[in-house]
Structure formats: C-alpha cells, structure tokens
Design a protein around this ligand. Structure first.
Ligand code: GLC
Length: 409
C-alpha cells in the first residue's frame, strides 16, 4: 500500500500549474452561494425539494472542457458533493443525487468522458467531509444511525469516485470542522468522529496511484496528504483568515474565487480583472504553488459569460507565455516590488507585473545568466550588471499589458 501519490503523478500535477475549480449543485438554483442552506437556516425538508427543480438543460461537458483548455487549465476539480449533501453524480449510496432530478444525467460521467476525449485536461473531485443532510451525520440521535454509518457512506463515495471515472487528477477534501463543541442551535456542525484519514488516503493511493490527495482544511497536512492548500491566499500572505502563516515542506496549491463567491451568486459582480488573475497565477507559480481558479456555473448548466471571458483572456496570455508557468518550479531570483520569478532548471523567467520605467532592476540573479530575451517572441533584451545589481531594458513597445516575461539564460 503506498502512502502518497506516485512521483510521476505528483510531477504531472505540479507541471500542470493551473486548474479549474467548479462549484455546482442545488445551491446554484437559489443563486446565493453554496452556503445558502446553512446561512439561511433552511431545514433539509425544505431544501431537498430543490432536487425536483434541477434541470441544467444547457450543460455541455465538451464546452466546459474546451473552455478549461482555452484558459490553459490542465485539470478541473468539481464538487462531487458539497456540504448540502447532494451528490452531483450517480452514486449508489444515496437517493439524493443528480440522476434522480429531472435532469436525470450524470454530469461527472459526461465530464470524465469529455476529458478523456480531449486528452489535455484531467478531472478531479471536491469531496465534502461534512454533510448537512445525511441522517448519519447530522441526525444520528433521531435516526438511530452511528458515526460508523456515515464513515461507510463517505469512504464508499470516495471509492466510487476512484473507480468509476477513469484516471483522476486529485481528490480534494473540504469541511473538516466536525469536532467543534456542540451547539444545538448550529446543528450544521453537529459533532462527528474521526474521518479515519489513514484508511481513506490509503484507499485513494491504492486505487489511483497517480492522484494527488489534498485536504484544504489542514494547515499542517497529515500523513497521506500530498499537497498543502491555501484558500483565497498566496502562501504565507495569510490575508484571508482561512490559513495560518505556516507553509509546510509539501508542494502547494492556491484556490481562488473569480469574483467573491464559490457557488453561483447572481448578485456578485465583483470580478477580478484578467490581468489580476494572471498575476495571481504567476505569483502562485513563483512560490511553487498551483493555482485553482473557481467558476460557479448557473442552474442552467452554463459557466457565466463574464467568467468564461476572463478565463479565455488568461488563456491568451498563456499561449504566448505558458513556458514561464507550466513545468516550472518556485523562482530562484528574489521578488521585487514589481517582479516575481519562476524557473525551469537553469532558465529563469522574470515576470514583470508593473513598469515604472524601461528598466527592470533585479538582485540575486545567478552569475551563470548571460542573456535576456522576451519569452513571447525571443526578442533579445539589453542587460547590464553592476555592483551586484542586474538591469534589463524592456522598451515600452515590447511590454505585455498583463505580465511581460523576460527569459534569462
Ligand atoms: C470554503 C467554503 C466552501 C468552499 C471552499 C473552497 O471552505 O466553506 O464552501 O467549497 O471554501 O475552498
């Protein structure tokens, strides 16, 4: 039994650098985010009937996978079941699932097939550890069920996800908050027991040796977790309040909203600019982190046009500059106020995120560096070294509006 992802699985995942996160479920019908059931204290008996309304007639798995590919994303992580407990695939372990909605189809199966046909995008699964409607999670006292019944369900679902949809990129866990002091008015966080992670992760690593295990709630990753996740934050910045300042020795992944929401919110128009999204992507890469950027499809099955448009803009930049992102590792040249760097062995990429003059001043550039050019088209750039400082000149005409990448060899 292997205790972690295979070296080639991990290398693939890190080389991929950019993924699409998808929050999609019954909550998309209400359009007030994926926490709506909890935040508005909707009892399960009032929330469950949303299943009878779920009919995303515009859902087109091919189009989603094509969009991810156009954006330059190499994997997608979709909510197989969020905290509301509704399974977005044809699970055998619950009747509360997408195939029992008027839609009647398994969108995850369709995405898996579209990914397999496309070839350039792998599928991964978000899995909620807590469940606001499962009788063995939230209503054990009334239902006479035991914690072990919930564990059987949870582990059983993970087994389904690891055996039915071909080779997957990752399992992505969220919602490890079950053991807070019990507060009867807040049954959404009903206390549970241990998730038996060791057993869970061993199963994943055995069934899917190349899949990465992420548990986004663990600032100190447990044994069997292959990556440390950062929510709405660049590693170490610790501005979102979701993370601690600690950065483990594991590889990293940043997950980020495209506006201010995960699940679709019809009133959220606070979209990040395409330029800022590129900056978040390259700043993540510069510290060795993947960037998992969320979209929130509507109940009709569409990724909102504004979200698709931002993704395509990032993709256009990546078409010319992807060499400074894919397959790179954390930069060796220290960041400055306006630059960060990535590297592939002895080739260094300096990402210029802002320009105040034609010159980019760097420090700590390895002595081996002799040449500078624009990554985009190979145009040679003038460089000078003096007193330990390093200066590259980028004429205004050569600049990229998002991020001008200088290749140093
Ligand atoms: C937070 C939210 C959850 C969302 C997740 C994505 O944990 O509670 O709804 O799925 O972030 O990282």
């Amino acid at each position: 039994m292997s205790k972690s992802v295979s070296p080639q699985g991990l290398a693939w995942f890190l080389d991929a650098r950019f993924g699409m996160f998808i929050h999609w479920g019954l909550y998309s019908i209400l359009g007030r985010g994926e926490w709506v059931m909890h935040l508005e204290r909707i009892p399960p008996e009032d929330y469950r009937p949303l299943m009878q309304q779920f009919n995303p007639v515009h859902f087109d798995a091919e189009a989603w996978v094509r969009l991810a590919a156009d954006a330059g994303q190499k994997y997608m992580v979709i909510t197989s079941r969020h905290h509301d407990g509704f399974s977005m695939y044809d699970t055998a372990l619950s009747e509360y699932k997408v195939t029992n909605s008027p839609f009647g189809r398994d969108p995850i199966d369709e995405l898996a097939n579209a990914c397999a046909r496309h070839g350039g995008v792998k599928l991964g699964f978000y899995i909620s550890l807590l469940d606001w409607q499962h009788p063995a999670y939230r209503f054990r006292a009334e239902s006479g069920l035991a914690w072990s019944d919930y564990l059987e369900f949870l582990h059983g679902q993970v087994r389904e996800l690891c055996t039915r949809y071909g080779e997957i990129a990752c399992t992505w866990f969220d919602g490890d908050w079950p053991r807070q002091p019990f507060d009867a008015s807040n049954a959404y966080f009903a206390p549970g027991g241990p998730f038996e992670y060791e057993k869970l992760y061993d199963m994943i690593h055995t069934l899917q040796p190349d899949a990465v295990v992420i548990n986004n709630r663990h600032a100190d990753p447990l044994s069997g977790e292959d990556l440390q996740g950062f929510e709405l934050d660049l590693p170490g910045e610790n501005t979102s309040g979701f993370n601690t300042g600690s950065i483990s020795a594991l590889p990293l992944e940043v997950c980020m909203t495209i506006n201010d929401s995960w699940g679709y919110r019809h009133d959220d128009r606070n979209y990040k600019s395409s330029r800022y999204l590129v900056h978040l992507l390259v700043r993540s890469a510069s510290v060795g982190a993947n960037f998992l950027l969320n979209v929130g499809p509507t109940a009709d099955g569409e990724i909102p046009a504004v979200q698709a448009c931002r993704l395509r803009n990032v993709g256009m930049w990546l078409k010319l500059n992807g060499g400074a992102v894919y397959g790179t590792r954390a930069g060796a040249i220290p960041p400055t106020a306006s630059t960060v760097s990535t590297r592939r062995e002895d080739v260094h990429y300096v990402h210029t995120l802002a320009h105040t003059s034609d010159c980019v001043e760097l420090i700590g550039v390895p002595q081996t560096v002799q040449q500078a050019c624009l990554l985009r088209d190979g145009t040679p750039l003038a460089l000078e070294r003096h007193n330990g400082a390093f200066r590259v000149t980028i004429p205004e005409e050569a600049r990229d509006p998002f991020d001008t990448v200088i290749e140093l060899r």
